[in-house]
Design a protein around this ligand. Structure first.
Ligand code: SF4
Length: 429
């Protein structure tokens, strides 16, 4: 059976034009997806031999797993909820509600990728647009500190570089593409102009561009430190001011290097300054399939995108204080619920070690380092393959996931709903 318009929820591009062929209980063919998306679809067959729940490594029923997980969380004095970037908004919503009920900290993968963009957004506002506007209007596309050719393989072909748009009828020929990075990555081949910046000098370069956009004359020596010449920066600023519609895509090369949120704040302020001359927008290159979704869900429910604490009965936002890595390294969290993430293999070793010391509950679609160290591990079905749900594309557009296969495992939403109900019962006692 062929199914069209299936959505790939692997990366922030959330391509919704995938065709899959299903034979029996397996996906056998995938069309239109990139290599990453194809692997995501083809590797998500049901994990055989794994029980739906394990307690202390031993198989358990779903009900037993829920009861033990609820007891661990209800007993904890300072529980942490973490992950949430690769599950549906429906499951994210229940997770934030559970954190509220527990008086817990809730943090998501944003804190270790685009948290600085979220902080800049809170500080100075986000001049942004949709990928549809980029496709139809952008004649200047700048990638800064990101490598879409490898991290988001269909981004250039589907949204930003190649497609013909309403006001860019020539497609690629009608656009100028610039890559700013510390090295010539695979994406440099697709760029008209590659500017190699000195590592850790993004803030200085962005601030210099903002000064040029504001008509400030700069000394040659003032920018020498950036690795770019004044002529290169003046040429880029000139292109930015003269284009009809420009877009600046920023990646972790900006958010996770020296300067962090100062870098993204400088990028946001540059974009704002450029809007005195033309139409310009900025967009974060979000990695995981629904990491934009958790920012939105946290935004609706708490007012903040990540690092939220409910211990006083209302949400408080404090990156560095309520972020998962900091809570674990300081040994403050005394229980953890991890949803659709593998922090034991991705967080710093000291934080991962703390997860092994405390009762950790994990929901994941497959075996991982975190399921191996967990007190309670649930295997759940995959949103977008075995379960429907909503995800947000990197431009904050919600897209409905389709279900293409049945599963014997419950969805994250099912498990979290039952877990929340059981915690309420225990709290009532
Ligand atoms: S670009 Fe991303 S969303 Fe699109 S098919 Fe590839 S992995 Fe999936």
């Amino acid at each position: 059976m062929q199914i069209d318009h299936v959505v790939c929820a692997f990366c922030g591009c959330v391509c919704d034009d995938i065709r899959v062929t299903v034979e029996g209980d397996r996906i056998t063919q995938v069309k239109n997806a990139c290599a990453l998306g194809r692997t995501w679809f083809l590797s998500h067959s049901e994990p055989s031999g794994l029980p739906v729940a394990r307690i202390g490594g031993k198989p358990a029923s779903l009900g037993q797993g829920i009861d033990e997980a609820a007891r661990c969380l209800a007993r904890a004095r300072y529980p942490l909820l973490y992950g949430l970037s690769s599950t549906s908004c429906e499951a994210q919503r229940l997770s934030v509600a559970l954190a509220d009920l527990l008086g817990a900290c809730v943090d998501c993968c944003t804190s270790v990728c685009h948290g600085p963009s979220g902080m800049a957004m809170q500080g100075v506002g986000e001049p942004t647009c949709t990928l549809g506007e980029v496709k139809n209007r952008a004649d200047l596309v700048i990638f800064w500190g990101c490598n879409p050719g490898e991290s988001h393989p269909r981004h250039m072909a589907r949204y930003s570089v190649m497609p013909k748009g309403m006001f860019v009828p020539e497609g690629r020929k009608g656009r100028t593409v610039v890559l700013v990075d510390v090295r010539a990555t695979a994406s440099a081949r697709a760029a008209d102009l590659f500017l190699q910046i000195r590592p850790g000098k993004d803030f200085e370069a962005l601030w210099a561009l903002q000064a040029l956009a504001n008509g400030v004359a700069l000394e040659r020596e003032a920018v020498a430190d950036t690795g770019l010449t004044l002529e290169q920066l003046a040429d880029l600023a000139d292109r930015m001011m003269r284009c009809r519609f420009g877009v600046l895509f920023v990646g972790q090369g900006l958010t996770q290097t020296r300067g962090k949120h100062f870098n993204t704040t400088a990028a946001f302020l540059l974009t704002r300054a450029l809007n005195s001359h033309t139409k310009f927008a900025l967009m974060a290159m979000r990695g995981h399939g629904n990491v934009t979704g958790i920012d939105n869900v946290m935004g609706w429910q708490t007012g903040f995108p990540f690092a939220v604490n409910f211990s006083l009965g209302y949400p408080r936002f404090s990156p560095g204080e309520f972020t998962a890595v900091d809570l674990l390294i300081r040994r403050e969290a005394d229980a953890a619920l991890v949803v659709a993430s593998d922090p034991a293999s991705s967080l710093p070793a000291r934080a991962a070690r703390r997860l092994a010391e405390i009762p950790t509950i994990v929901l994941d679609t497959h075996e991982s380092e975190t399921t191996r160290i967990a007190r309670v591990a649930f295997i759940t079905s995959t949103a977008g393959i075995h379960a429907e749900g909503t995800v947000y594309r990197m431009d904050n557009i919600p897209i409905r996931l389709r279900k293409v296969l049945d599963s014997r495992f419950p969805s994250d939403e099912d498990v979290l709903g039952r877990l929340g109900a059981r915690v309420k019962e225990l709290r009532a006692c």
